[in-house]
Design a protein around this ligand. Structure first.
Ligand code: PEP
Length: 260
């Protein structure tokens, strides 16, 4: 394994999306807490749950080695923004992570990169780690603009943050055409974009180059190890497979295999 890769901790984060109910969540969270205890130091895990279940995540994951977080936060600190959840509110429930700029938010809620950048800043101000999602559509990939698209998305966030703040983010490369489709990027496709993103991070400062860059898009137990073995892939943001404890924990295990 390349030396550079071994230095960075692997991170496997579940994104439950709008799934779950109290009873089934409890089973899943308990399994994640138990599974996290079996992971070695080089791997961290956590789940980003729907906001109403933050208290449940805190109750069942608190004291375990698994972290929890939310899938979106408001760009505002507080105020008359009906239905929104502030970063500070998630922090009140012990959250570590806030996903920002997920492609489903960009597509269904018209979130543009400047708004995503403000959300990343709000997360950091509240002590949360923003997981900044970037990714191209199939059409953009086919017309050769993948790097231009993900580069512009990441640049908006890097421009908003100081160098010191930028060292505290996580980036997730999630090709839109691979999310929830069962069609993952090949390891070569993913590594190529990750290397590009890593270089862009490095241009913000040497320490920024080492922020985790996760891959997301139909990661499964069968393809996780090969993806995570790539030099610039530091783990995964896992959607569908994070709803099945066996699959999610097998993916965490795959990260462990790639980290030692
Ligand atoms: C996601 O929702 O971020 C995701 C990567 O989904 P899936 O793993 O289901 O493709």
């Amino acid at each position: 394994m390349p030396k550079e890769q071994a230095k960075r901790t692997k991170l496997v984060i579940g994104n439950w999306k709008m799934h779950g109910r109290l009873v089934e969540n409890a089973v899943l969270l308990q399994a994640v807490a138990a599974g996290a205890a079996t992971l070695q130091k080089g791997v961290r895990t956590g789940v980003c749950v729907p906001a109403p279940y933050l208290a449940q995540a805190q109750a069942l994951l608190g004291g375990s080695l698994a972290a929890w977080g939310v899938q979106d936060i408001s760009a505002h600190v507080q105020g008359a923004y009906t239905g929104e959840v502030a970063a500070g509110m998630a922090a009140d429930f012990g959250a570590t992570f806030a996903v920002v700029g997920h492609s489903e938010r960009r597509a269904y809620h018209c979130e543009h990169s400047d708004l995503v950048a403000v959300k990343a800043l709000r997360a950091l101000e509240a002590g949360l780690t923003p997981i900044v999602c970037v990714g191209e559509t199939l059409e953009q990939r086919d017309n050769g603009s993948t790097e231009q698209v993900v580069g512009t998305q990441l640049e908006a966030v890097l421009l908003m943050l100081s160098e010191e703040q930028a060292t505290k983010i996580v980036v997730a490369y999630e090709p839109v055409w691979a999310i929830g489709t069962g069609k993952s990027a090949t390891t070569e496709q993913a590594q190529q974009v990750h290397a590009f993103l890593r270089a862009q991070l490095a241009s913000k400062g040497a320490a920024v180059a080492n922020v985790p860059v996760l891959y997301g898009g139909s990661v499964k137990p069968e393809n996780a190890e090969e993806l995570f073995a790539q030099q610039d892939i530091d783990g995964g943001l896992i959607g569908g497979a994070s709803l099945k404890s066996n699959d999610f924990l097998a993916i965490c295990q795959a990260a462990q295999n790639g980290s030692v």
